[in-house]
Ligand binder design. Structure first.
Ligand code: Z5A
Length: 209
């Protein structure tokens, strides 16, 4: 049986890295054979593309270049890691996926969503996540948390309006695809965020088995 594909999304400072670890622990305790990965990245070549994308000295990257690099990294990631794992029956937990492209390059940079949809179809075919956990909180709170982490990367240097557009786009997508999106209130203290996430994972598992 094909494995399940779970993605985690949210604006800067939403707590994805923290949540990834909680999810990994919870699923492994339940006996799930799990691979944990991230985008952009996840394979040696895709990680090199990630470095290009996050390097804040690359001030002249055009929006279309950014979009194509995201999908180039994704094509490699799918070919080398995600698809073989799913086909082998493993579950894949991925820190960001194509909803981030719709939200950052579509919502944030203003690229036409139809163009993103064409690339999505080309690179992924019919593959979509089975479950997407969206960590949602205000931009103000997210940027305050992210600010505690030191040097900002190329995206983190953007103004708060950029992240407002990204958050709106994520929330629109959650409305558009209610069958796979679950919104987690990430403004809550960590133990409550963990409870919300575990509840959604248990619910998802109960429908799989
Ligand atoms: N990007 C894109 O544009 N298009 C795409 O298609 C894709 C990506 C796939 C890299 O992503 C960049 O790529 C990203 C979007 C773009 N933009 N940037 N930058 P990334 O996921 O690697 O980068 P990130 O958003 O900065 O994620 P992060 O570093 O993993 O941060 P986070 O997961 O949102 O937060 P965190 O490190 O877990 O938590 C931040 C701080 O808050 C930390 O001190 C925690 O201890 C604290 N925290 C977390 N949760 C809580 C709660 N509940 N209460 C209090 N404090 C908390």
């Amino acid at each position: 049986m094909r494995g399940r594909f779970i993605t985690l999304e949210g604006i800067e400072g939403a707590g994805k890295s923290t949540a990834m670890e909680m999810i990994r622990q919870h699923l492994e305790q339940l006996g799930v054979d799990l691979i944990v990965t991230r985008e952009p990245g996840g394979t040696p070549v895709a990680e090199k593309i990630r470095i290009l994308l996050l390097d804040k000295s690359n001030t002249s990257i055009a929006s279309d270049t950014e979009l194509l690099l995201m999908f180039a990294a994704r094509a490699q990631h799918l070919d080398e890691l995600i698809l073989p794992a799913l086909e082998a029956g493993q579950w894949v937990l991925c820190d960001r996926f194509t909803d981030a492209t719709y939200s950052y390059q579509g919502g944030g940079r203003g690229i036409d969503k139809q163009r993103i949809a064409q690339l999505e179809q080309w690179v992924q075919g019919e593959l979509r996540p089975d479950l997407t956990l969206l960590l949602d909180l205000s931009v103000e709170q997210g940027l305050m948390r992210a600010g505690r982490r030191g040097e900002p990367d190329r995206f983190e240097q953007e103004p708060s309006l950029f992240f407002e557009r990204i958050r709106s786009c994520y929330l629109e997508r959650a409305k558009q695809y209610p069958e796979r999106f679950r919104i987690i209130d990430a403004s809550q203290p960590l133990d409550q965020v963990q409870q919300q996430i575990n509840k959604q994972l248990d619910n998802h598992l109960s429908h799989v088995s």
